[in-house]
Design a protein around this ligand. Structure first.
Ligand code: ADP
Length: 319
């Protein structure tokens, strides 16, 4: 292994830059040349390559987004697109590829390995929705962004004695809602992995009102549906004033937390180790604080599930 490449793909996440930095610096540490691919699989198909020396990743560990840019490519989903990508990689003399991205990006990475090009994945997504790893890069930062926003909503909620509904991201996963809800003492947390009953939520609100609660916060994961709809339903049932905030893309930005920077540094370095050891068709994962390689097939066969004991606890503590 002499030359490796790195790209970021799919939805961006805070900490991706720290992961790129780790791949570049760890690669150089082992005497490898490192090539950056701009705009994910689009850049792979177009041959948009740039050499990355040690200085190229200076001053980025604290920055959100990705200096290599990210993209989604429908052409890459076709065998022709994948063949062109492999041809470009081989023409550049590249021996291995690190793909930093989410589940979709890993499906693409596996296709490259199946075409004979060694590729490993590093999980970067705020949603924490990748099975086989306890955490993904960007999740912790997103949760911290959400709780900062909810703290501010809480201030105004107290002044106006209203019920606030906050819709958060997570695609089909409820992790962001669950963690931010527990961290912020939300009255109810609605996640796609657990059924919800509007009457229970209303009962909770009314119980809170009876014991003098001045406001309530309800967190809705986007995978459950629209926060606006939930807000309307609660208002119809209770007559209470509700206000809905959809946090949206602010959750994807911002300077990564220390946790995400450390996780990204450890994971990016591990990806280089895996390629050097001749591993492929694997993603890097954190399992019980150990950084390990997990076969893509194994990860794809598992279903991501948030910590349901935490969900139960949130319900108990918010009573
Ligand atoms: P994420 O990686 O954040 O889940 P996407 O699901 O949009 O984001 O996937 C990113 C890119 O990965 C897609 O635009 C496509 O180029 C590639 N990709 C996704 N699924 C596949 C697949 N089944 N086969 C090949 N490439 C795929």
């Amino acid at each position: 292994m002499n030359r490796i490449a790195v790209l970021t793909s799919g939805g961006d996440a805070p900490g991706m830059n720290a992961a790129i930095r780790a791949v570049v610096r760890k690669g150089h540490h082992h005497g490898l040349e490192v090539i950056g691919v701009r705009r994910g699989y689009t850049g792979l198909i177009q041959g948009d390559f740039t050499p990355m020396d040690l200085g190229s990743v200076g001053d980025i560990i604290h920055r959100g987004g990705t200096v290599l840019y990210s993209d989604r490519s429908s052409l890459f989903k076709t065998p022709e697109g994948q063949a062109r990508a492999v041809e470009n990689l081989k023409n550049e003399g590249i021996d291995g590829l690190v793909v930093i991205g989410g589940d979709g990006s890993f499906r693409g990475a596996q296709k490259l390995t199946q075409q004979g090009f060694p590729t490993v994945g590093v999980p970067g997504t705020i949603d924490n929705d990748i099975a086989g790893t306890d955490y993904t890069i960007g999740f912790d930062t997103a949760v911290n962004t959400v709780i900062k926003c909810i703290d501010q909503i809480r201030d105004t909620a107290t002044s106006h004695e209203r019920t606030y509904i906050v819709e958060v991201m997570g695609r089909d996963a409820g992790d962001i809602a669950l963690w931010s809800g527990l961290a912020d003492g939300a009255e109810s947390i609605l996640i796609p992995e657990a059924p919800h009953n509007l009457d229970d939520i209303v009962q909770r609100l009314e119980r809170g009102n009876r014991r003098g609660k001045r406001h309530s916060i309800i967190i809705v994961a986007e995978g459950v549906g629209s926060g606006v709809d939930i807000g309307r339903q609660i208002k119809d049932k209770t007559g209470m004033e509700t206000r809905v905030t959809v946090l949206g893309h602010i959750q994807r930005g911002g300077s990564p937390t220390a946790f995400d920077r450390v996780l990204a540094s450890r994971m990016g370095a591990k990806a280089v180790d895996l390629l050097i050891d001749g591993e492929k068709d694997q993603m890097v994962a954190i399992c019980k604080n150990a950084i390990v390689g997990v076969d893509f097939d194994k990860a794809f066969s598992m279903k991501h599930q948030p910590d349901m004991a935490m969900y139960d606890l949130a319900g108990i503590l918010a009573i």
